[in-house]
Design a protein around this ligand. Sequence first.
Ligand SMILES: [Fe+2]
Length: 330
Amino acid sequence: MKKMIFAAALLAAGFAQASAKELTVYSVYEAERLAPIFKPFTDRTGITVNVVVGKSDELIEKLRVEGASTPADLYLDKDIVYLGKAQELDLFQAFSSKTIESKIPAHLIDANKNWLLIFYRARIMVYNSNKVSASELSTYEDLGSDKWKGRLCVRTSANSYNEALGAYFVKHLGAEKTLNLFASWVKNLSVDPIKGDTDVIKAVAAGTCDVGIANSYYLAPLVKADAQYPVKPFFPNQNGIGTHVNGVGIGLTKHTAKTAEATLLLEYLTSKEVQTVVAAGFSQYPSNPEASLSDILVEFGSFKQDSTNLGLIAPHVPKAKALMGQAGYK
Ligand SMILES: [Fe+2]
């Protein structure tokens, strides 16, 4: 029934007979991972989705060099750092869709409508529940206080997840307080910054440190596989601006001529049915609040997220990177 309604909506929108039969997406995610998402779209519209995979910086460079001759109609990337970079280089065009705006909260849609997040994660605290009680945790800033001396693990600074978190600090606290915050973390580290989010969680599990910071989707599968896993999630800054979120976004390339078909794909991606499946497949939160959360994210509990437009956070990334360097955060 749902499928019929969706097909009817597509017909009503006049896209079932769309002339463009192919869309090309530049993507950081492998085509196999995206196939289950795009196949129903192709089945319903007859528009095939060709996925060109690459690393974020490579794809951005490719888009820049190709200019008006790019075959890409859409660009899909894992976070606001790269979406912001592409935006800075004027590689997007604004989309126009009341459907998208009615389905996705405003802060998850770039202020200039260059991109929207299709799902997102929270940058949470991860703590060893044998050594720390949730009542001892509060804010990202608090991890710099003396009580966490020698007890903190963080990922290396040269990573887009931390760059985006840094941009959130710069936006909300200003440069000086952000510098002090990073310096206070460095002083509390139990070991040198660790290479990956999963390794931070494992260090917390092993007791190398008591608390760390990681994306929610790295913890979800570990907890799912082992209900007794000693690391638990904590959503910071609940009494203030809310936890920092970041997510996977997509937008129309500056030079695509297939704006109607590409917008139709964006609308499809934001529908409740697709969102539920997509977000669960990536262990992340669906951007459409009507879509269902995976069981493990329900278990993590609800939280207050920073509702600042993420398109206004991304431009602070370069400053955040400079401050991390200045603070000696490697
Ligand atoms: Fe990741």
